[in-house]
Each structure stands twice: as structure tokens, then as C-alpha cells.
Write a protein that binds this ligand. Sequence first.
Ligand code: COA
Length: 365
Amino acid sequence: MELPTVDSCLERWNELGTEFKSLEAINKVYLEKLEELSDLQSKCVKEISHQKYQMGIIKRSLKRIKVPKEDREKVDVLHRGFERRNGQITDIEHALPKPNGLYLKIILGNVNVSILNKNEKFKYKDEYEKFKLVLSVIGFLLSVINLFTVNRLLELCLLFLLVWYYCTLTIRESILKVNGSKIKGWWRLHHFISTVASAVLVVWPQSESWYLFRPQFMVFNVYISVVQYLQFRYQQGVLYRLKALGERHNMDITIEGFHSWMWRGLGFLLPFLFAGYFFQLYNAYTLLHLAYSQPNSPWQVAVLGMLFFVLFLGNAVTTVMVIPQKVQENRRRKEGLSSKTHSQSTSQGEPPTSATISIYFLIIN
Ligand code: COA
């Protein structure tokens, strides 16, 4: 190999200088595009508020008008148009940066957590679900070990892991929310309450009451880890199917298939979820009974009893409410679909499909 000389180094340096000029040119274009992007984003935001403001004016005017019979069809068309436009605006908003909510502002400050690319959004959600799965597997293993051994260090490993896990979930879910997730407020609150409950477990002294409740708590954790695995399977199924739907053209047929799959998934998951809620109620009962029967037991017993009861109540009510909400969503979608089918089938001389009957048929199946 030839030894380098000062001249060869100088020559290479000059070449690098030329390459750097092209890097500078690329960077200049990049900065221009960034500025252009930021301009386009502000234009979109302005146009969105214009659309919303003008729609508000039209809606208020419509409310003031006494609509004659022959114009009712036109008003229906307008209302359907508003609904469609709101959906389109929401889609546009999803591709625009959003300010952080209060919780994120407190813990992260004003750093931008908006994910503007659909694929990146999908990846983030996928990663969130996988994170929950990995942590529930670790939680499962630690709970099983703790069930068969009594070791404070292992116990604390599990309890600290729970505090960290739920705390991390609240942050990840707030980021998902900023990025357009429709996650219900209760599930986020549920994870805040679970963080508090895990912290109370950490500071529960090694007393008689703790050792009385400990085995039940470990079994509960094992059960919850299994339920979390089932939830993962369901959420992962929804996520991948919806992604596939977004990439296909024949939406009507594939959405039908998606909904029948979703109902089957829910039908399988719900009994496990409700068994978990009754386990939470049983935990609340055991703890409150302990607090009542042993008046000198530490404060953690009664507080945890109440927290488990709140979790049971919130989870059960929210999950019960999911079912009619999904039936309603389905019905609205089917009605939209059937009006489309109607206009198509009347032109083809075929009878329209009945939306409601098929939804109930899907539920029964
Ligand atoms: N945790 C986090 N995110 C949740 C959630 C939960 N428990 N339940 C729903 N979501 C998310 C969904 O992934 C979806 O997100 P996206 O808008 O980013 O796509 C959004 O919230 C809307 O979901 P929704 O359509 O209301 O419900 P679903 O069909 O996704 O799930 C259930 C319905 C009932 C299966 C689900 O809410 C669930 O598993 N609940 C039970 C949770 C529980 O009880 N945990 C404790 C176990 S004892």
C-alpha cells in the first residue's frame, strides 16, 4: 500500500471541499422546503378554522329557518355533508402538528411529539402494544416466582416494575392521544390510578395484612398478564386489519369482513375482561374487609381497597358502554353503506341489504 503524502492529503481535502459544496446546496433546499412546509401547515390551520367557522354560520342559519316539506331532503344532504366534511377535516388535522396536552407539557415541556407520517403513527402504536406485551410477560414471570417464593427483593422488583410500567403507559398514551388516537379518557385515567395503586403497594410495610393479601395479589397479577396477552392479540388484529383496509380499494367488502372479525374478537375477549373486573372487586372486598377486621392495619389496606373498587367500577362501566357504542357505529356505517348500495342496486334492479339485521346477525355469530 502506498504511504500517504501531504500532497495526497491536500488533494483529498480539496475533493471533500467540492463534496461539501453539494451538501450545502442540499441543505439549502432542505431549509427552503422546511420553511415551505411550515408555511403550508399554517395555511392549513387557517383554512381549517375558516371551514369550521363558515360551517357554524350555515348550521346556525339552518336552525333559524323553518324548513318547508319540499326542502327537507336538501337539509338532509347538508347535514350529511357537514358530517363528511368534519371527518375530512379531522383527517387533515391528523397530518398537522398539535400542541401537547397539559400532562405532556408538565413532564416533557413544549417538545413536539406530533407524528405526521401515517406509517410512523402505525409503527408507534404497534410499538406501544408490543411494549405492553413484553412488560406483561415479565410481570407474569415475576408474579409466578413471587407466588411460590417469599423474597422481599423479588417482590420489590415486581412492584417497582409496575410503578414504572403504568407511569410509562400514561406518557405513551398521551403521545398517542396528541396523534389522534381515540383512546377513551377512562383507560388513561385507569393507568394513572394503577400507577398510584402500585406506588401504594411499594410503601405497604411488611405486615401481617400484606402477607395475608400477597398470594391473592400475585394470582391476580398472573391473571391480568394473561388477559393483557389476549387484549394484545385483539388490538394487534384491529391495528393490522385497519392498516390493510387503508391500503385497499374495495372498502365496503373489506370493512364488512373487519367488523365481523372485530365482533368475534370482542365476543372472545369480553368474558375474560369481566372475570378480571370481578377479581378487582374481590380484591377490593378482601382489602376493605381486612381494614375493617384489623383496625390497626396500615392505611395502605383501606386505600388500596378503595382504588381496586374504583378500577372495577370504571372498567366495568366503560367496557359495558363500548358494546352499544360499537353497535351504533356499525349501524351508522351500515346506513351510509346501504344508502349507497340502495342507489347502486336500484339502478341495477337488486334489493338493498338490511343494515340492522346483519349487525345483529354478526353479534349472534
Ligand atoms: N388501553 C389502551 N388503549 C385502548 C384501550 C385500553 N384499554 N381500549 C381501547 N384502546 C384504544 C384503541 O386501540 C383505539 O386506539 P386508536 O384510536 O389509536 O386506534 C381507541 O382506544 C378506540 O378503541 P375502541 O374502538 O373504543 O375500542 P377497541 O375495539 O379498540 O377495544 C375493548 C375495546 C373493550 C376490547 C378495549 O377497550 C379493552 O381491551 N378494554 C379492557 C381494558 C381493561 O379492562 N384492562 C384491565 C384488565 S382487568
